[in-house]
Design a protein around this ligand. Structure first.
Ligand code: AMO
Length: 441
């Protein structure tokens, strides 16, 4: 009989994360792995502060181990074997008395950023060395929270009977009209990077009823702002038989669920200026206001902004609105001419559309609406917008197979993270941001 392959074992296998040590009885033998955040030598005794992604532990060294520690640079990756013991330190509940140090890999003596955060670097320098920047727990916490919130979102959709889908990001024609498309050679023709999953998610409601997708959008926009990227993550949903009011309710429920999670896990500290003056409980309990586009125009005119019906709301207009409405609110019923071809007009006033944006102050977080599912109207809307129905033929034919009425939205997830953490630059919320001047690392 052929023996089955086996994992090679050696003594350098971690037994615990640092966050698990407190629960162990004093005297337990453990192996913890991570990087040296700090080393102090006070003569006959030395201390390595060992950090892993879950926390920090103080380890105590004497004799040969102390001698060895002196030659290992900070940030090197090591495994410490030792015994859990009580400590006199005010900063730690327990410490480890070291019996052995094993070095997995030495860190260079001059590192591009200081992950302890003691020496501050500007964001560009940090992004150039992002993997190391993430050793700083203030930074890794952003991404741990991102991961937890994505899990909450998945659970929320699953509880509401949505099916998670993955649609192609290499596409043959535009999903959101012709501009802002990245194009490239795809064998003997042109390929594009998807601006959004709009057309696919609409097609999928034909059979799957409710779908959601968490995936990147690619936009070839030449924007240089703190809230635009050329690749960003969106949480998209599309649902048969719901209208845009139902979608707004779902979005509000989802965001409140996330706020409750953050409140209950003490994520909001006083460092988030957006939540400092506001009571988080108010945000959770009070309905998000729904303000019509028309009402926004009145508000803006009353503060001296020059906007007329049919104009998009400029950055300056949104900032003015954001002064009055500084938390979450919806802007509903936009002029039809401002919305993409797939948005449904309002029956009571066809110059308006069944659409909404969810704002936080001046920042747009979500956009969505009820979709046009009448194929002849879709064709005229395409023509009105100067788009060729021929380019959308694969999409339009689906509407002749018994399409249900449907609605949906797209949530800019990186922007939501900015709001939740009070970050003023979207790049802080993204591991490897892509903007007009950054394509690596
Ligand atoms: P829209 O183009 O408004 O809608 O995009 C949806 C949401 O994505 C975010 N967003 C951005 N985030 C970072 N950088 C950018 N350059 C950027 N552009 C947009 C915003 C925005 O609200 N198909 C529709 C959605 C739908 O109707 O379902 C769409 O693409 O938060």
């Amino acid at each position: 009989m052929t023996p089955s392959a086996q994992k090679e074992t050696n003594s350098n296998t971690r037994t615990h994360f640092t966050s698990q040590l407190q629960e162990l009885p004093i005297g337990s033998e453990v192996k913890v792995a991570g990087w040296i955040e700090d080393f102090r030598d006070i003569g006959k005794l030395g201390f390595i502060l060992l950090r892993d992604v879950t926390g920090l532990v103080q380890t105590v060294l004497v004799g040969e181990n102390l001698q060895k520690a002196k030659s290992i640079p900070r940030q090197s990756n090591i495994l410490i074997t030792g015994v859990v013991q009580g400590t006199k330190s005010k900063n730690f509940p327990i410490e480890i008395k070291v019996t052995e140090i094993f070095v997995f890999s030495h860190a260079s003596l001059s590192l591009p950023v200081d992950p302890t955060g003691r020496v501050e670097s500007n964001l560009d320098t940090r992004l150039d060395s992002r993997a190391l920047d993430l050793r700083n727990p203030k930074i890794s916490n952003i991404f741990i929270l991102r991961s937890n919130i994505l899990r909450i979102i998945r659970d929320f959709f699953s509880e509401n009977k949505f099916i998670e889908v993955n649609t192609p990001k290499i596409i043959g024609s535009a999903s959101e009209g012709g501009s802002n498309l990245f194009s490239f050679n795809y064998f003997k023709r042109k390929g594009f990077l998807a601006q959004s999953p709009q057309l696919y998610k609409e097609q999928l409601v034909l059979s799957l009823d409710r779908v959601f997708e968490i995936a990147p959008y690619f936009r070839a926009e030449n924007s240089h702002t703190l809230r635009h990227l050329n690749e960003f993550l969106s949480v998209d949903l599309e649902a048969a038989y719901l209208d845009y009011y139902d979608i707004m309710n779902l979005m509000e429920e989802l965001i409140k669920k996330i706020l409750v999670y953050m409140r209950d896990s003490n994520y909001f500290d006083n460092e988030n200026p957006l939540f400092k003056e506001n009571s988080l409980n108010d945000l959770i309990s009070i309905p998000f206001p729904k303000i019509s586009y028309d009402k926004c125009l009145d508000e803006l005119t009353s503060v001296g902004e020059k906007v007329t019906f049919g104009d998009d709301l400029s950055d300056s207009s949104l900032r003015k609105l954001g002064e009055k409405f500084d938390k979450f609110y919806f802007i509903v019923d936009w002029p039809l001419n401002l919305k993409p071809f797939y948005i449904h007009e309002k029956e009571s006033n066809p110059a308006l559309s069944k659409s909404f944006d969810l704002q936080f102050g001046h920042l747009e977080l979500v956009s969505g609406g009820t979709r046009q599912h009448d194929v002849s109207k879709l064709k005229s809307r395409l023509a009105e917008q100067g788009l060729s129905a021929e380019n959308f033929k694969d999409h339009l034919r689906v509407f002749e197979w018994g399409m249900p009425p449907h609605s949906g939205s797209g949530l800019g997830f990186d922007r939501l993270m900015m709001v939740l953490l009070g970050l003023n630059n979207i790049r802080e919320a993204v591991l490897y941001p892509r903007d007009t001047s950054r394509i690596s690392p």
